[in-house]
Design a protein around this ligand. Sequence first.
Ligand code: FES
Ligand code: FES
Length: 162
Amino acid sequence: MASLRSMELNINGVLHAVTLEPRVTLLDALREHLGLTGTKKGCDQGQCGACTVHVDGERVLACLTLAVQAEGREVTTIEGLSGEDGTLDVVQQAFLEEDAFQCGYCTPGQVMSAVACIREGHAGTDAEIREFMAGNLCRCGAYNGIVAAVRKAAQSVEGATA
Ligand code: FES
Ligand code: FES
């Protein structure tokens, strides 16, 4: 039987003690052990972006990250973006307003990438947005809405900090 490893994971500001096999991915730890199913599993091979989360503020693919690698770091998932009272993050709001999804399966990953896109200053033009978001696939083809949402959210973040 595989050995188990106890660890503490800081997810959305809350510490969770879990005991897992060392080979368990962050994605499976979130979805199957912590009940945080907002982060989606698409390909499970680093090719679709559905599992995008942030670790210490940088986006990572949770299917290519081991849970043990997240120990001692701050993980943010889609569940951690909205306010405690349910207020949507500016990016989530923009996705709603711009109809940036159809089935919604890719949306949590798109939103997490979009937050990083804006925070890291890659939302200056539509071409820049498309390039930064290129790893997040959308089988429904909602790309125009997604770019529009990122542009809108970037403008409102800029407006708020100007
Ligand atoms: S599920 Fe991780 S990139 Fe597709
Ligand atoms: S909205 Fe369906 S996969 Fe993107």
